[in-house]
Design a protein around this ligand. Structure first.
Ligand SMILES: Cc1cc2nc3c(=O)[nH]c(=O)nc-3n(C[C@H](O)[C@H](O)[C@H](O)COP(=O)(O)OP(=O)(O)OC[C@H]3O[C@@H](n4cnc5c(N)ncnc54)[C@H](O)[C@@H]3O)c2cc1C
Length: 264
């Protein structure tokens, strides 16, 4: 059973931030899909839904996605599809089911920094910034490296440069709605390629040498081999490091191949 003392819907960011700072038992709630599984007593759940953070819009050369947007909103957004291709739909459409994706939010998915996160991998490849209440815009790569422990900020959203970049996403699951064994995303903007690999099982990381190889004209399979050599993979109940390394070669090649096809 959930043990929550209070549920508050603040009317300003300052009020929300003050509630979160007040006690480590107070937590921001997105969809609550993950929070409800952590069996611990909570003080106050702080719901940001009155603060207008559930918008996806383009402004001043960025596409901005509010932290209150659900995964389902990413899946069906015309703006995201037109701007970046089908990568957002491809990324989230295997996460449990539609009802779940109507609840789980961008805030909960990104702030959690879960190693398995499909969305974090895609955002890293797209060179996104996270928008934090206290620290402002922070590059996704730096954010993923920052230990979450003890940090109590508010994630307001994420922003992605709107400069014609496109991305492709692929993940492998042992069964349809399980967590991914490995996920990969590749983006291209002009001559610059970025390859991100997540669920290693550690958090997503960039394969820079492999990206540079794609930029200098290497075939997708060659770059994918480089990615599998430069990144580290570990074991967990879903697969061994050696298996993940083999998957990396396949999934990165698939993503890069799809993008190269699209550029022809
Ligand atoms: C059964 C199950 C299967 C899943 N499968 C996958 C999968 O295959 N791939 C995948 O990528 N993900 C998967 N997830 C994770 C899921 O996509 C969401 O990331 C997760 O449920 C959190 O989203 P939420 O909105 O429910 O967050 P919540 O549970 O509400 O919050 C999660 C954490 O984030 C914090 N938080 C939430 N919003 C903010 C904010 N705006 N600012 C600061 N902190 C915030 C909360 O305090 C909490 O610590 C799975 C989750 C479950 C429960």
């Amino acid at each position: 059973m959930l043990d929550i003392r209070e549920y508050i819907i603040p009317q300003s960011l300052e009020e929300a931030a003050a509630l979160v700072r007040k006690s480590p038992a107070n937590r921001i709630v997105g969809g609550g899909c993950w929070l409800r599984m952590e069996r611990r007593p909570y003080g106050t759940w702080v719901d940001l839904s009155a603060l207008g953070l559930d918008q996806i819009h383009a402004e001043d050369g960025w596409v901005q996605i509010g932290s209150g947007c659900t995964l389902r909103m990413l899946e069906v957004s015309e703006l995201l599809r037109e701007t970046f291709g089908s990568c957002f739909a491809d990324c989230v459409s295997s996460i449990v089911g539609v009802q779940f994706r109507n609840c789980a939010t961008v805030g909960g998915s990104v702030y959690g920094r879960f190693g398995f996160s499909d969305l974090c991998t895609l955002l890293l490849s797209l060179e996104a910034d996270v928008l934090l209440h206290s620290r402002g815009a922070v590059p996704m790569e730096e954010f993923l490296r920052t230990p979450r422990h003890g940090e109590r900020d508010l994630l307001l959203g994420v922003r992605i440069p709107q400069d014609g970049r496109r991305a492709a996403f692929a993940a492998f699951r042992r069964t349809a709605t399980d967590l991914p064994v490995l996920n990969t995303a590749v983006s291209v903007s002009g001559a610059s390629w970025r390859i991100a690999v997540g669920a290693r099982p550690a958090a997503a990381a960039l394969a820079r040498q492999a990206g540079a190889r794609l930029a200098s004209g290497a075939a997708p399979a060659e770059a994918a081999c480089t990615a599998s050599e430069e990144l580290r993979f570990g074991d967990n109940m879903r697969g061994s490091g050696a298996y993940r390394k083999a998957l990396c070669r396949v999934l990165v090649a698939q993503c890069a191949g799809r993008l190269k096809e699209g550029l022809r």
